[in-house]
Write a protein that binds this ligand. Sequence first.
Ligand code: UVW
Length: 305
Amino acid sequence: SLIAASMLALPAHAEQSCFPSKFGPDDQIGNLNYVTPEKTLRASKLIKTGKSYRLGIETNKNTPAFAPRTFELSVVQPGQENGPLGPSKTSYNDDIINGWVGIGSQLDGLGHIGIDDVYYNCNKASDFVRKDGLRKLGIEQVPAIATRAILLDMTSYFGMNPVKEGTPFNKAEIDGAMQKQGIKSIEKGDVVLFYTGWAKLIGKDDARYSAGEPGLGIEGARYLASLGVAMVGSDSWAVEVLPAEPNAGTFEVHQILLPMNGIHILENMNTEEMVKDQAWESFFTLGPSRITGAVQAIINPIAIR
Ligand code: UVW
């Protein structure tokens, strides 16, 4: 169960061979199941001013990415070697991406991270991971998402901006930030976004940006899982604290969220303007690209309050 999984001791994979979904053996979307029409309707009542925020950062060849990821865009004019086409002289541009999907503002799908080759809902890599796309847990499974977002300003909580790399956010820090901001509770199906100031380093100090980050710790990840959140995001490239906490495994916070609890991850979310406006609670919506069998998606969620 959720609670049992969230209370496991380290290392994650030693205690249990796999983590069945609490939504049944066919489930491929995890806690996004909590984003019901009722949840969406309640979240929509948070819209008070009508101001919208785009959470995506720009993505281009200079966007710092987890090595060896790269990104390149080419614009082409096919069939126009002899000039524009036909009597109305139609000209057109197409474009080709030659790059990795896990770059810039991105959604980590449930097929991204496993524990010893076993993924969310006990799916073994050998059963669903194929070179031309995942046969299960692909990004195309992600439903239309419209729910409540909670924004936690960790720069205000810690009194530093950016928050220093290696600073973990666990239950005390999450509850403390909530209390400081007057947020009463985190509920099932919510999106929790951390603001750390880390994204401000992009283009200014990419080496520092990529070498570490403040972020979610092991206990904090289990805590959010126990509350039934649908997704967790941050203005950093991995959401989780790096260097990791003592005794933590490799990207173990990713493991707690994705394969163990079916919680999608949102990376490089630009919440700078929301923080300025103190938009701590908002209506959040996302419809990622539906590339069949994709592991991740480049995204631009919208928050409205
Ligand atoms: C890894 O965890 C490997 O990458 P990302 O932070 O993009 O999910």
